[in-house]
Design a protein around this ligand. Structure first.
Ligand SMILES: [Zn+2]
Length: 221
């Protein structure tokens, strides 16, 4: 069983990964349980650089967002849900899906890490949400998976990808957002998640070994 030190180190490592992706203190706190003051001390040494402003509120935002934001949110949420279904933890799925989103979408990304955290929270009903308010459905027309309100029926009229295809020929903003370019090979993403899975297992084994040695030699933490 992991010791308190193991859990703390794991939280600090997760916090650093989130901070590197631009997370605000509140998001890191909700994900790791680390106290906000400690997060500030460790990762935001320049008080002027701390991300501020209202945190995202996606259930209201998504339905009024423009088409490009809705497609990006759907790309992130679909990857997140696929990883969750594949057995990854919410934290691993959030990091993996956000990195994959950064790879396939234009830079700078429209969806911030804080927004991605909020979308994942409201899709799974975890962290800051008490129940799911989004679900990922498959469009009956183009077969793309997209984000919609919980309980909504999948239909082409509501699918952002169907709308994107219609608008692409005439909308310069859509064209510049999705220029023709080769996508990263799926094996790059697959490889990263295999590495994460391997690291998680190695970390778990290490914790078990440390626990056994502590149990043999005295206090566990
Ligand atoms: Zn569609």
């Amino acid at each position: 069983m992991p010791t308190r030190a193991d859990r703390h180190l794991r939280s600090v490592k997760l916090a650093k990964e989130c901070a590197d992706l631009g997370a605000r203190v509140r998001t890191i706190h909700k994900l790791t349980g680390l106290p906000p003051r400690e997060i500030q001390r460790l990762f935001f040494t320049n008080p002027m650089a701390i991300p501020r402003g209202r945190p995202p509120a996606s259930p209201e935002w998504y339905h009024g967002a423009n088409l490009l934001f809705r497609t990006d949110a759907s790309i992130f949420a679909t990857t997140y849900q696929r990883l969750r279904c594949g057995g990854f933890s919410p934290e691993e799925s959030l990091l993996g899906a956000y990195r994959q989103y950064q790879r396939v979408c234009p830079s700078p990304p429209r969806i911030s890490f804080d927004r991605a955290f909020d979308l994942a929270s409201h899709t799974d009903g975890i962290w800051i949400a008490t129940a799911p308010s989004f679900s990922v459905v498959t469009c009956p027309c183009c077969s793309s998976a997209y984000l919609c309100a919980m309980g909504a029926v999948a239909q082409s009229d509501a699918c952002p990808f169907c709308k994107l295809v219609v608008r692409f020929g005439t909308d310069a903003r859509v064209q510049s957002s999705f220029p023709a370019r080769p996508l990263p090979h799926p094996s790059v993403f697959h490889q990263e998640m295999l590495v994460r899975q391997h690291l998680a297992r190695a970390c778990h084994r290490e914790s078990e070994q440390q626990c056994e040695s502590f149990q043999g030699g005295g206090r566990a933490d």
